[in-house]
Design a protein around this ligand. Sequence first.
Ligand SMILES: Nc1ncnc2c1ncn2[C@@H]1O[C@H](COP(=O)(O)OP(=O)(O)O)[C@@H](O)[C@H]1O
Ligand SMILES: [Mg+2]
Length: 486
Amino acid sequence: MKIFWQRFRARLWEIAGGVNIRTKILGIVLGGTILLSLTLIIQVRYSLTRVLEDELRLQGVSIGRDLAARSTDIILINDHYALRQLLMETKANNQAVRYAFVVDPKQKILAHTFGDGFPEGLIELNQVDGDDYQNTISIETSEGLIWDIAVPIFNGQAGTTRVGISSQGLEGILLDITSQVLLATTIVLALSLLAATFLTFILTRPILDLVNAARAIGRGDFSQRVRRYASDEIGELADAFNQMVVTLEKADEVRRDRENLRSQLLKGVITAQEEERGRIARELHDSTSQGLTSLMVGLRGLDATCDNPQVHIHAQELRQIAGQLLDDVHSLAVQLRPPVLDDLGLQAALERLANEWGIHHHILVDVMVHLGSERLPGTIEIALYRMLQEALTNVSRHAQASSVSILVEGRQQAIVAVVEDDGQGFDAEQIHRDGRLGLIGIRERADILGGRVMIESAQGRGTSLFIWIPLAEKVNVITQGAEVVE
Ligand SMILES: Nc1ncnc2c1ncn2[C@@H]1O[C@H](COP(=O)(O)OP(=O)(O)O)[C@@H](O)[C@H]1O
Ligand SMILES: [Mg+2]
C-alpha cells in the first residue's frame, strides 16, 4: 500500500511537473469548477428530492382527505356513478394522482379510475383503521415509485378512499434543475477559463522573458535586461535578475581585462624568450663557433710547425674535441633558433625538424605539410614550430611509439596541425590536472593566438594532438571566447 502510494505520488508529480504553467492553471480551474458543479448537482438533487417527495406525499394526503370528505354523502345515497365522476375529476385535476378508488368497509370496490381491470392485490396492500387520520405506503412499480394513501371515510364506517401518487413528475423537475446547474457551470467555466488564460499570460510572459534573458546571458550577452511588468513577486525577481546581470557584467569585464593582461604578459614573455634564444643562437654562431673555428685553425698550425710526435698526437686530440664542440654548439644554436625557419619558412623548417627527429630517435615519421607559398606571420610560424617541437619531444620521451604522423595544413582561415603517434597513450584528463609544463606551453601558445588544442589519448591506444590556429586578425577577441577543449 505504501509503495503504491509512493508510486502514485511520483507519477502525479511527473505529470504535474511535465506540463507547462498554463496547462497547470487551466487544469486547476477546469477540475475545480467541474468538481464544484458535480458536488452541487448531487447535493441539490438529494435535498430537493427529499423536500419534493415530502411535499408530494402531503399533497397526496390532502387530496385523499378531500376525496373522503366529499364522497361521504355520495356513498350514503349509494350513487356509484357520481362517486366515479368525483374520482375521475380528482385524477384529471391533479397530475401527480396516478389512480384513486373507494372501497366499502368490507374492502369491496365501489368506484375506481382504472379503465380496464383493477390491478390484482392492490386493495390488500394498504389498510387504515377508522380512528387513523391516514396511512401511506410506498409501492415500487414498473412506472416508478407510487405512494398509496388510504384515508377512512366517515371514520371508516362508509369505507376508505385510496389515492396513488406517482413520483414520476419529480424526475422532470430534477432534470430541469440539473440542466440549469449544468448551464450555469458551463458559463462559469468559460469565464474562469478566460480569466485563467489571461492570468497565465500575465504570469508566464515575464517568466519567459527571464528565460530568454538568462539564455542570452549564458551565451555571454550581458546587454540583456528584463522588463518589470508588475510590482509583485515576479517584478521583484526581475529587479533581482537585472541587478545580478549588472554584477555579472562587471565581473566579466574584470575577467576579460585580466585575461587580456595575462595574454599580453604571456605574449611578452614568449617574445622575450624567442628573442633571447635568437640572441644566444647568434652569439653561439658568431662568437663561440668563430672562436672554436679559430682554435681549430690554430691547432692545425701548431701541429704543422711542431715536429714533436707527442705534441702532434695531443694537437690531433684537441682538434677532435674542438670539432665535437663545434658540432654541439651548432646543433644547440639550431635548436635555439632554426635558421631554416627564418630563411626558408615554416614548411621547410617543420619538414626538416620532423625528419631529423625521426632519424635521431629511430622512429618512422610521416610528415605532410601543406602551407601554400605565402609566409605566415612570424608569431604563428614560431609558435607552431615550438608546439610541434614539444609534441615530438613528448613522443620521444613518453610514448614509446614506433611511428608518428604529422599533418600541418593551411586552410582558408586557420591552420590545423595533427600529431599522431602509435605509442602507449595516457590519461589526458589526469595530466591536465597535474599541470605539467610541456602541454600547458602548447596550450598557452595556442591561446595567445586565439587557437585551440585538443588531445585524444587513452592508455595503450596512442595519442593524437590537434592544434587549430586561426588566421584572422582579431586574435585577441577570439581568445576571450576560446576554451581549450579536452
Ligand atoms: N605522446 C605522448 N604519449 C604518451 N604520453 C604522453 C605524450 N605526451 C604527453 N604525455 C604524458 O603527458 C605528460 C605531460 O607532458 P608534458 O606536459 O609535456 O610534460 P613533460 O613532458 O615535462 O612530462 C607526460 O609526462 C606524459 O606522461
Ligand atoms: Mg613534454
